[in-house]
Design a binder for this molecule. Sequence first.
Ligand SMILES: [Ca+2]
Ligand SMILES: [Ca+2]
Length: 350
Amino acid sequence: MADEKKSFWEIFAIVVTAIAAVFGGLSGVAALITALNSDGKEGAAKPETAPSAQAASAAQPLSADDAARRAKAEAEIAKAEAEQAKTEAAEAKARAAELERKLAEIASAEMKAEKEAATAKQGDVTVDDFTGMKLAYVPGGCFNMGSSADGKDYQADEGPTHKVCVASFWMGQYEVTQGQWEKIMGANPSKFKKGGNYPVENVSWNDAQDFVKKLNSRSGKSYRLPTEAEWEYACRAGGSSKYCGGDKVDTVAWYEKNSGTTTHTVGGKKANSFGLYDMSGNVWEWCADWYGRSYYVSSTQDNPQGPDSGSDRVIRGGTTIWSARTAYRNGRSPVNQNDDIGFRLVLPIR
Ligand SMILES: [Ca+2]
Ligand SMILES: [Ca+2]
């Protein structure tokens, strides 16, 4: 029995220990919950207590020292702000002065160009600073454009002959070269890559427009392709020869019988009386206009710009395999890149 009693107390002790353990555990959990709650409350309580603290300090008058310190700090901030405003004003003034200087520069360049244009005469040459492109002065005037049906090599799109007048302009003395193209566009698309002084070819009408855009943004000038009327006026140079610059094709043009069906360095033949080379032969030259087979029937007289729309752009001057005749004209799609089509530029005079 003693064993039984003993085991009762033992059991009692285990139960008490167990109860103590459970309550101990519970109090531990309770302590944790309290701790968690109080953390949350502390975070939420802060903003509530802050304004009341501020109110308390505002209600209390500052000591003389504190007021002086605060005034000094405020004065320093104001001083720094004034300094910054002064710097910004100085910078704005400098920017304005720089803009004014640039405007004056542009105005003087324009005045110089106008003066040059007003005094320019046949035989004058101007040079594009960036590309080295040389342009001859073409004095404006009137001429008979096209060819008449009684001519031996006449084609239907060359008639009727009609009176056209164009204003003065500068025109590239040479076809745009591969070197000049590469300088602006960074690559050379030509087929006959024999040197920088050969005419660029394999460039579409659209490619030529890209070249013009880039050149103009670099130079601040307004180069463009010649109109077809400007091109033929410049080719004739006041005369009526069969080729640009004369009736003997061999002296003025690289054409099928002397070219070896390849391009040649620009300026290798005789210039016409405006100082323009290779207007006949070497490579075809893109013009600005849409090509209209019967445009000459309805062309305007003064500075004609070609038809309003079309599918091909005008090419003039012939090549090493196509006729180099003055009046000869054709059209090609503006996306065509051919190894026998290049271009030259004009610089209009305002
Ligand atoms: Ca040519
Ligand atoms: Ca034709």
